[in-house]
Write a protein that binds this ligand. Structure first.
Ligand code: MN
Length: 411
């Protein structure tokens, strides 16, 4: 385990601070002006466009309102920039140019950190797959027979991936109760979250080529927190036989900072033991999951937050590198800015379930919030927030907020 790298930005040296020098996550901010790239340091953001124009950083498109130009350049460039920024932010390295490039995080607006090329969502949490299989189908055959052999996924919508803090209206769709003959069109009544990590693809692949798990791991620029908002009642009616469609298409929220693979290196861990050997194209080649503590809070309008889930990314059955290698294995071209959702992260116990569907067991077992209110699914005005960090020895690698509030359905 590495130690805290001390910074001349004092707030970055606090053991509870999510953004020490060890982290340096990348994002896009504005301060009443043009959006541009930054890293987070302590309770500040460091303007990378300013460092680029001062010649401290080479031109990697940091003056653009998205990280894609930098992301497509690959691991050599990512590591070189990380080294330059680490050296610039170390204790004793401050200069006027660097100090002038800092902005208070409280005073800036965060934007989508990259242009999402395409969004694919997986289903790699074993407990989640078992729970959902039990609820939607049959507890005796909850895990589909393919699940232990391939990372199951579906192609989602890039158009509605939004940054933390973007509120949205309750989705509408076609619904059908089990006891009625005809479906109707209306507002979703079983609105849910899915606690996930998102892997962000940096370097692309060409159509018709495949990559090894190790090569796939090197293609990943970093990770974000991801909430795959889900309309369970729309999903239950539409999902057979081709999987989720409108139930997932209306919104996906990500945290504003992309935490790099380099920052998470000290927290690598293995996937859990396997009962079926994987085929060679997705076999584990080393520790490619991460030990990241995750939690979810729910806050009713005007109320206090209640923690409703506490779990860890290390419970997943497939790593993002395995999912990416599988994704490209058919010859599918992967693009800079592709976003891969991990699948809902549910630990083995009830307090570790990453969706309300599981927490309330399909709405049959309501939960009580700190203010005394009960919930099965999300109500209008509720705010849901994902939180995550890797815990080091005297420092932490945080992700920043992944928050959204639900507005009433549009007329
Ligand atoms: Mn999902």
């Amino acid at each position: 385990m590495t130690d805290l790298i001390r910074s001349w930005v004092d707030s970055a040296n606090d053991a509870q601070c999510p953004f020490p020098v060890n982290n340096l996550p990348f994002g896009v901010f504005s301060a009443g002006d043009t959006p541009r790239c930054a890293v987070a340091i302590g309770d500040h953001v460091l303007d990378l466009a300013a460092l680029q124009s001062a010649g401290i950083l080479p031109d990697h498109g940091f003056d653009q309102p998205a990280l894609n130009t930098f992301m497509e350049k690959g691991k050599g460039v990512w590591d070189a920039v990380r080294q330059t920024l680490t050296d610039a932010l170390r204790e004793g390295a401050q200069t006027d140019v660097l100090r002038d490039a800092l902005h208070d995080m409280d005073a800036v607006t965060m934007h989508m950190p990259f242009t999402v090329a395409e969004y694919t969502d997986f289903y790699a949490g074993r407990q989640h797959a078992f729970n959902v299989g039990s609820l939607f189908r049959d507890p005796a055959n909850a895990l589909p027979p393919n699940w232990l052999h391939i990372p199951i996924g579906y192609n989602g919508r890039a158009s509605t991936v939004v940054v933390s803090g973007t509120d949205f209206h309750r989705p509408k769709g076609q619904l059908k109760g089990p006891q009625v003959e005809m479906p109707h069109f209306g507002a979703c009544k079983r609105l849910d979250i899915e606690l996930e990590m998102g892997a962000v693809v940096g370097t692309p692949t060409k159509m018709g080529t495949s990559v090894s798990v190790d090569e796939a791991d090197d293609m990943i620029f970093g990770y974000v927190l991801l909430n795959d908002w889900s309309a369970r009642d729309i999903q239950a009616w539409e999902y057979q036989p081709l999987g989720p469609f409108q139930a997932k298409a209306f919104a996906t929220t990500i945290s504003p900072w992309v935490v790099t693979k380099a920052a998470l290196h000290a927290f690598r861990c293995d996937t859990p033991p396997r009962e079926k050997e994987l085929l060679p194209h997705i076999k584990d080649t080393g520790p490619m999951l991460y030990d990241i503590d995750l939690s979810v809070t729910m806050t009713p309008k005007g109320g206090a937050p209640t923690q409703i889930c506490k779990t860890n990314y290390n419970t997943m059955y497939y790593s993002a590198a395995q999912q990416l290698a599988h994704h490209a294995s058919s010859g599918c071209a992967m693009r800079t800015g592709d976003l891969l959702g991990s699948g809902t992260i549910s630990g083995p116990d009830k307090g570790m379930f990453g969706s309300l569907l599981e927490m309330t067991w399909g709405g049959k077992d309501p939960m009580t919030l700190t203010g005394g209110e009960t919930r099965t699914f999300i109500e209008d005005g509720d705010t849901l927030a994902l939180h995550g960090h890797a815990q080091g020895d005297g420092y932490r690698i945080g992700f920043g907020p992944c928050v959204g509030a639900i507005l009433p359905a549009n007329d």
